[in-house]
Design a protein around this ligand. Structure first.
Ligand SMILES: C[S@@+](CC[C@H](N)C(=O)[O-])C[C@H]1O[C@@H](n2cnc3c(N)ncnc32)[C@H](O)[C@@H]1O
Length: 204
């Protein structure tokens, strides 16, 4: 479909003109490869585990503007990523994600524009070297994602995610509670990294 886009590359101002809500919401857009100068908490969590010299296959569940995904593709040049998001309620952000990812070889990433829990069923068990879960944090969805995606990580791989130690509702950190329940059921040694609001364990 022709959205009246300029034929030259879209700049940040082009995006703001086209989607004023994007500017108002402060959603990140990079003209100049922000992934070369910035590391998000989410990417920091993943970079800590993903080797630089191995062709790991990862999945990020909840992609948003593909900020962390871009950082990963840039800083781990051998990895390939499956990127899952349904972008419900902010479809323009899907276009921003496409814009950010367009600087990478399309063979290095696959976008799955689908509900996070449903998307897990597309993959065989033990398929991924790492999975990072960062989609909905509303109970019971986060736990559903954890249970759907954990079997998709190979033994020795990394299962991780975001937003623990961050949101407390009615005195409960629901994300942390869900992570603890799933870790206990798996007999996993759960690690928390509060400064990045992240958690991880090595899958046995
Ligand atoms: C916190 S953002 C992800 C941030 C991203 N990981 C990063 O580091 O920049 C959460 C994302 O999860 C997506 N999401 C929420 N519920 C979802 C669902 N049921 N299925 C797929 N994606 C979902 C939202 O559209 C949103 O883009």
């Amino acid at each position: 479909m022709d959205h009246g886009r300029p034929k030259r590359a879209m700049t940040r101002e082009d995006w703001y003109e086209r989607f004023p809500r994007v500017r108002e919401a402060g959603w990140g857009i990079a003209d100049d490869g922000f992934h070369e100068r910035e590391v998000t908490h989410e990417a920091a969590s993943m970079l800590a585990h993903v080797p630089i010299d191995e062709p790991w296959l990862g999945a990020e569940i909840g992609v948003a503007q593909a900020k962390s995904a871009s950082i990963m593709l840039h800083r781990r040049p051998l990895i390939r990523l499956v990127l899952v998001d349904n972008w419900i309620g902010w479809r323009e952000v899907r276009e921003i994600a496409d814009h950010h990812l367009s600087r990478f070889d399309p063979g290095r990433y696959t976008i799955i524009d689908r509900d996070s829990t449903e998307a897990a069923a597309q993959f065989p068990d033990k398929h991924f070297d790492y999975v990072f879960v960062d989609a909905s944090k509303t109970p019971p969805k986060y736990r559903m994602d954890l249970e759907a995606w954990l079997p998709k990580v190979r033994p020795g791989g990394i299962f991780a995610g975001h937003d623990v130690c961050r949101f407390v509702k009615d005195g409960v950190d629901h994300v942390l509670e869900d992570v603890k329940v799933v870790a206990a059921a798996a007999g996993a040694a759960l690690n928390l990294v509060p400064e990045w609001y992240s958690w991880w364990w090595k899958v046995e």
